[in-house]
Design a binder for this molecule. Sequence first.
Ligand code: SAH
Length: 392
Amino acid sequence: MAARIYLTPGRSHRVLRGHPWVFRGEIARIEGNPADGQCVELYDARERFVGMGMYNSRSQITVRLYSRQLELLDERFLSEATSRAIAYRRALHGPEDPPAERLVFSEADGLPGLIVDRYQRHLVVQTLTAGMARVEEVVVSILQEQLNPEGILLRNDAPVRHWEGLERAKRLARGSYQGPLQMSLLGVPTAVDLWEGQKTGLYLDQIENYRLVASLAPGRRVLDCFCYQGCFALVCLRQGAREAVAVDQSVESLARGQQSAQKAGLSVQWVQANAFDWLRESERRKDRFDLIVMDPPSFTKTKEQRESALRGYHELHIRALRLLSSGGILATFCCSHNIRLADWQELIGNASSDTGVPLRFLGFLRQAKDHPSLVHVPETEYLKGFLLERAS
Ligand code: SAH
């Protein structure tokens, strides 16, 4: 039978209120000798069963629950959970067949550590925990059977694997892939490199926001700051923006963006630079934009980095606001779950008062709905954005 893990006494454990994580310090004792990645049974201090989890002695998050029933992480379990995740997306998109979507989003789909993204007829899979890595081959077979894709790529090069004691590697698990793929994203031909692109190829969590931001773009001069392949800039131009400047430090990403722009007959001014430096220089030149999109990477992977991250975000907003014309719109995003909505709002409020640029709320933005979030697992709600208008 599986090893048993007992929590320390008390009711304060989040795992007793629906959260799937158990940190190392919450464990009182372990009966048996579980290997990393193996299934364990979790009990409270009074020896009442809590649920089944994946164990990893190397991770701060030592147990991740996948079920509140006594059941193994076997083919039946994985197959049912995968079907449920796919059914949720089918219901979400209706008859629409998006060119790309997230099919499985880890804890939010009850499959801790598993990411599955679909790009046309290819799947990109990431296993990010020791438990998921152990059943990787079973998962791949299930996906092949349920979706019959042309190819399944394993992008196990994500840095978080390091914290789980896992190696980083990429390999083709099934079928074939002659990349990069060409797909139409809101009417813009887009090159997607499933091997070399960031994340699994695109920032699928932003897809719904492309549409929304682009609807505000007609006639505006757009800045796409931290642009990756310039998806925001391209869809804005397609919707009638007057001009677009796109800034990123990654040469390869800009090159793919350039390819898309050429194919689409859209003219973007691509800038390869550190965004902080570029914003400072633009301020000196007294440059102005009527629509600024700011989508920086997460500056904080851990709680310890929070303070310096907040300073970085604050500086970015000060600089962006100084470039925003009167009546201009700022769409600003934060993808770090260590920074909560209220802190993000306070930070932007401070930047507004520090620069004397009054801002009006136009709306809240968040991750696309195929990246579901659970109210009792706040970490699953990670991408937050504000749509703001310069009020004078
Ligand atoms: N808006 C993009 C996603 C941006 S992800 C989209 O919708 O596709 C964050 C981007 O910031 C990455 O492309 C990364 O290369 C870039 N980046 C990270 N640090 C940077 C810096 N200091 N200056 C400029 N770009 C940076």
